[in-house]
Design a protein around this ligand. Sequence first.
Ligand code: ADP
Ligand code: 5GP
Length: 182
Amino acid sequence: MKHVLMAVSGPSGAGKGTIVKTLLQRREDVVESVSCTTREPREGEVHGKHYFFLSKEEFFRRIEENDFLEYDEHFGNYYGTPKSFVEETLKTKSVIMEIDVVGALNAKKFFPDCVLVMILPPSIEELKKRLVGRGSETAEEIENRLSRIQYEVSQRDKYDYIIVNDDLETAIAEVSRIFDGE
Ligand code: ADP
Ligand code: 5GP
């Protein structure tokens, strides 16, 4: 059986995390790539599970050692996908990565077979509602995230699949079907 590397992108608050988390609970053949970041952990986030939380020095050392499949800066913090983890895991399972548009397109350069999936909210109003409802960012951080939407959506033609996350179960089923079909 062929193992799939999938990058899931889309505006902050569209529901990527929720979709990926549920899919991982239901499919033992899919593993999530844990990214490295220099941002502070949010309440409840666990090192090695949600992210590897690194100092900027450690992050830059890993860049020098060519240890990232891709990396990027968001809101003053760095985020990167560990290359060795993805390569090793793909030998036995499929890998799902939750990364932004720039990261996903960079990953596709390394792995041309990487399947790009964009999750979009049904509307901007609904997206704002979800971001406010999540309650994990300040008003300024929410504005920052909303300001990136246009750019992210403008890249949709480069994606293999676009999924509108209106009904959560439908969106999860669509992502799951992509793993079966690829
Ligand atoms: P992202 O990972 O894309 O930033 P999250 O998965 O954190 O987004 O979702 C943002 C918020 O929206 C969360 O509070 C989540 O529970 C909620 N949410 C996700 N999908 C849906 C949906 N289909 N309908 C309503 N609320 C949703
Ligand atoms: P957050 O701080 O909300 O967890 O993530 C902020 C942004 O960083 C999101 O758009 C998320 O998709 C992106 N991100 C998370 N991990 C990675 C990664 O490994 N590489 C890149 N390029 N972006 C990432």
